[in-house]
Design a protein around this ligand. Sequence first.
Ligand code: FAD
Ligand code: AMP
Length: 475
Amino acid sequence: MSTEYDVIVIGGGPAGYPCAIRAGQNKLKVACIDEWQNRDGSYAFGGTCLNAGCIPSKALLESSELFHRAQHEFASHGIGTGAVQIDVAAMQARKGKIVKQSTMGILALFKSAGVTGLQGHGKLIAGNKVEFTAKDGAKQVLSAKHVVLASGSAPMQLKSVPFDGDQVVDSWGALEFGAVPRKVGVIGAGVIGLELGSVWRRLGADVIVLEALENFLPMADGAVAKEALRHFQKQGLDVRLGAKVTGCEKSKDGVLLQFTDAKGAQSVVVEKVVVAIGRRPYTTELLGEGTGVELDERGFVKVDHECRTGAANVWAVGDVVRGPMLAHKGKEEGVVVADLIAGKIGEVNYNLVPSVIYTAPEIAWVGQTEEQVKASGQAYKVGTFPFMASGRARAMEAAAGFCKVIASKDDDQILGVHVIGPMAGELIGEAVLAMEYSASTEDLQRTMHAHPTLSEALHEAALNADKLAIDIPNR
Ligand code: FAD
Ligand code: AMP
């Protein structure tokens, strides 16, 4: 094994592995070190996202949505099924197969880009060197002209409700349940809590979601958050706002979760508790003495707008640095850093990071919310279009929700796009591209959209901003 590289990337998640691949494409000699271990002890590239996050959660969301639709929607299509069964073991096996295909795929990608994948622990030590500890414990010092830290994040623990891997689990544990629990208590109504709560609710569990804040989805556009809460409650998710979890008592029959809300001290007994109160940057044993890399007060590696740390030729990307903890944000950072190292140009547009919540209805947005635009004092206009008026959405039996476009009244530039409804995460791609090119609502209005497609909802919302929508009365 070579000990000298142009670039060493520590962390092989969605920030680290694309960085290594792009460095390889840039003809740099690159190694990517990753220590992810699955429950069975096997090593796998792909980090949280591929092994315990984005991919397995979407696999289960798909299965549970199909189960729900088979029970509640097939009849309206004239499809009779008899009693619909769920085989959780088969569902989990399918998820495992998808995860494995994804993580094994990285090895093939490394091979084609000439990346050396090293499985074990990486630690940056003084002098921009990396101490690599292999699976068998053997240590070796590697040197590189550039080191990229991409060590990711880990779930935050609630001190009063500590993880035990069985009754009280983190998001990874909630993706691994072997049977549908009778009742699940989800702590935190963030993206992860809502997605996991939706999975188990659709599979038949009673789900209570306890959220300390009074506002539901405060980062989303207010109208979207309101619509989302209405749908989730209709689906039977018992969302309690202003409910701060304070402790728990465990017995073999379940967990008594204690919380306080406007009515005072409350409690609820659940079979499983999913703690989804957020994630923290992961830097355990990442930095040796005298590296010059600094952490901020919340534990994130400090970087500038180009992901440079305070130490020369040491960069950091992904969840371990500031910004939204999202796979695509990390991927962009990783790729840009690999290009900057190679002397090319590159820049991450942090104003246009799309957000997606993969519930049903799906929620997605990019740019500013109406509340943010209003607070900025800028004159603006809003166009909306309900999916109820979309022939395609009605044909899909998925006509809940709407598309909303917010634009400047002065120059018509699009400031934000918000979608709640079918395939919102796919639809938002068009909005990101439009905004990346500083499009106006007129640009969207004059762009032909195929009929009948869901994307017409975005077109019509842009038209509605100027009271020119065709398929709804304009207000
Ligand atoms: P990670 O994916 O955490 O990867 C870091 C890797 O580095 C890990 O493999 C870790 O073992 C390794 N590592 C750490 N330290 C060392 C070291 N010293 N030596 C060697 N290796 C090391 N984001 C989305 O955009 N879309 C989604 O739909 C989505 N769904 C999610 C669902 C869940 C349940 C969760 C938990 C997260 C989800 N996320 C989603 C967030 C997403 O997973 C993260 O933003 C993303 O994984 C961050 O990528 P990363 O490469 O920075 O870190
Ligand atoms: P996110 O950071 O988006 O993953 O969301 C985590 C959510 O958990 C936030 O909305 C927090 O307000 C919420 N949260 C944090 N601590 C508690 C607690 N003790 N009880 C209930 N909700 C909490």
